[in-house]
Ligand binder design. Structure first.
Ligand SMILES: C[S@@+](CC[C@H](N)C(=O)[O-])C[C@H]1O[C@@H](n2cnc3c(N)ncnc32)[C@H](O)[C@@H]1O
Length: 213
């Protein structure tokens, strides 16, 4: 079952730029934020001897391209078919591959480290739950999720929203996997300042729900 129609996804997430006709995954993928993220992930790969990275919602590959030196195989996954075709044509080789999949319910590729950066923030709570359950089925050694969050400690966590381009920031909220209704155990790996009000938080998710006990 696909969660969205292909047209909806292309309009909302494909973000094809008018100039040049290439794909653009948004400001959060710019080098200012992509480089410190890549440093954190490459360091993690070295420490944990990661060979295969799976990048869920890989987008335009500006960020993913900074990770390929840290592993033997990189697989980017995205639900925008044309974007995947472009990425595969431009960047695909024997160690880099791109797959067209809806991460909420298609079977995910094998790997050691599963990454999902600035993707969940676009989904509604039940789709986030589906992605997490889908990831859980694969038994990845490590799962690292990155989300754009407000600096305000009083932020209302996990307010539900309609899936699409806008994130919970507009509602004064964000995705907190360690809180209800998700309740996963997480460890903060790093924080990347974004602007005066917000940051990107890089979290290692231990795929055991704290309310399973
Ligand atoms: C803001 S971009 C982030 C891209 C990349 N992770 C980065 O940090 O540069 C969000 C990406 O998630 C993808 N996406 C959203 N929902 C998805 C789904 N259900 N399955 C696969 N990809 C999805 C979008 O197509 C888009 O490319």
């Amino acid at each position: 079952m696909r969660t969205y129609s292909a047209k909806y996804i292309n309009v909302d997430f494909g973000m094809k730029t008018i100039l040049g006709g290439g794909y653009y995954s948004g400001k959060g993928s710019d080098d200012k934020y992509g480089i410190p993220y890549a440093e954190c992930i490459c360091d993690f790969c070295k420490k944990h001897n990661i060979k295969r990275i799976v990048d869920l919602g890989c987008g335009d590959f500006r960020v993913g391209s900074k990770l390929t030196g840290a592993c033997e195989y990189y697989t980017g996954v995205d639900c925008v078919e044309e974007l995947i075709r472009c990425n595969q044509k431009k960047y695909g080789n024997d160690k880099i591959a791109f797959l067209y999949k809806d991460i909420t319910d298609d079977e995910l590729p094998d790997g050691d480290l599963c990454l999902c950066r600035q993707v969940l923030q676009h989904l509604n709570n039940s789709q986030i739950q589906m992605v997490m359950e889908n990831i859980k089925r694969k038994n990845y050694k490590y799962v690292i999720i990155t989300e754009h969050l407000l600096n305000n400690p009083k932020t209302e966590k996990n307010l539900d929203k309609i899936s699409g381009m806008h994130t919970r920031l507009f509602l004064g909220s964000g995705v907190y996997l360690d809180s209800s209704p998700f309740n996963y155990e997480t460890q903060k790996l790093a924080c990347i300042p974004y602007d005066r009000k917000s940051h990107l938080e890089i979290m290692l998710v231990l795929l055991k729900r704290t309310d399973d006990r």
